[in-house]
Design a protein around this ligand. Structure first.
Ligand SMILES: *Cc1c(COP(=O)(O)O)cnc(C)c1O
Length: 353
């Protein structure tokens, strides 16, 4: 499919790479493709970045008929640009689409939207340490009618923005509290889909957590309110008595690509990885008897994020002496090494542009 390119009349000034705020400095162009039932996907194009014109009755605005992805383009030491497992993001986007009745998008079209836009915006891919170009593909249902039905007119859009290190001061352990009132997702709901509504449901708890001095919440399952699911918008892993534990993909946990990659690396290194139900009670007991050695979140934005303190009700425990743990650091170094092309990529995760 040919992609029509309309260039911006004037280019923006690029921001200073040392002071980038996540998700704010959008580039000069964006990719859009339309879908209409009966016609399929059509008119893929790159146009100047700018506001969308959306009918106020469009379904996305009322019923959150929206899904998204997040990945990055990395500049390597030789100046080339590469992506990390982009086909996994597209496969997941199609799984999310299925859950909220948005159409499937052919992998090659979704991927071309990403690669052609990044190529056009290549001067926006920063080269300072730990910086990258964040890529946000999303799909929205646009039928202009307030009835609750799946849309027949849909757009797939890709926007990109340079981002700095998620934690500019370096990998510092964060404080987390176990959320016992709100839940993010339930089995049978949309927890395994990357859809905007899940995030709306999570805002109140994370707001409260921040006010109490915590950086994220640890979500419990929505049915028993006992089992650990995720941390903020990341998957979560624990090292307990030398073994790695992570919640299984039970239907309400998002199947993170960083999670997948960490599990593979951990197995490569000879660790036993258990994907299973983990209750908050089990975790706190392990912390209290010294068996909990490390805890960290995993996600594209931060890669891995060490957890230094966990609180539930009036219980508080420190993890790894509030220092970054050895495996947490090793995972961070290995994954970022592969992503920026500093270390070998034995699993074929890298796609060069
Ligand atoms: C995107 C996301 C993750 C992390 O997925 P990655 O593919 O590793 O970036 C984890 N949990 C939630 C709820 C997410 O939306």
């Amino acid at each position: 499919m040919e992609i029509k390119i309309t260039r911006a009349a004037a280019l923006k000034e690029k921001p200073d790479s040392s002071t980038l705020v996540f998700g704010k400095a959008m580039t000069d162009h964006m990719f859009i493709a339309d879908y209409d039932e009966g016609q399929g996907w059509h008119d893929p194009r790159i146009v100047p970045y700018g506001p969308l014109q959306i009918d106020p009755a469009a379904k996305v605005l009322h019923y959150a008929e929206e899904i998204f992805e997040g990945l990055k383009a990395y500049r390597t030491a030789d100046g080339s640009i590469q992506l990390f497992r982009p086909r996994d993001n597209i496969a997941r986007m199609n799984e999310s689409a299925e859950r909220v009745c948005l159409p499937q998008i052919p992998e090659e079209l979704a991927l071309a939207g990403i690669t052609r836009l990044v190529e056009l915006e290549q001067d926006w891919v920063p080269s300072e340490k730990d910086t990258s170009l964040y890529i946000r593909p999303f799909m929205i249902g646009l039928d202009a009618a307030l009835g609750v039905h799946a849309s027949h007119h849909v757009q797939y859009i890709v926007v990109v923005c340079p981002v700095g290190a998620y934690y500019p001061e370096g990998l510092n352990p964060v404080k987390i509290y176990v959320e016992e009132k709100d839940v993010r997702a339930v089995k049978g709901g949309t927890g395994m889909a990357k859809t905007g509504g899940n995030y709306a449901a999570s805002l109140r708890a994370s707001d409260l957590a921040e006010k109490e001095g915590y950086s994220q919440v640890l979500w419990l399952d929505g049915v028993h309110r006992k089992y650990i699911e995720e941390v903020g918008s990341m998957n979560v892993m624990f090292k307990v008595s030398g073994k790695i534990l992570t919640p299984d993909l039970n239907g309400s946990v998002l199947d993170g690509i960083t999670r997948r990659s960490c599990i593979q690396l951990l197995k490569d290194w000879g660790y036993e990885v258990e994907e299973r139900r983990i209750s908050a009670e089990e975790l706190f007991a392990a912390a209290e008897n010294g068996a909990l050695e490390e805890a960290w979140g995993t996600g594209t934005a931060a890669v891995v994020s060490p957890i230094g303190e966990l609180a539930m009700g009036d219980k508080k425990v420190t993890v790894s002496g509030n220092q970054i743990g050895e495996i947490t650091q090793k995972l961070y170094d290995e994954l970022t090494g592969i992503q920026w092309g500093r270390v070998a990529d034995p699993h074929g995760w890298i796609m060069k542009l």
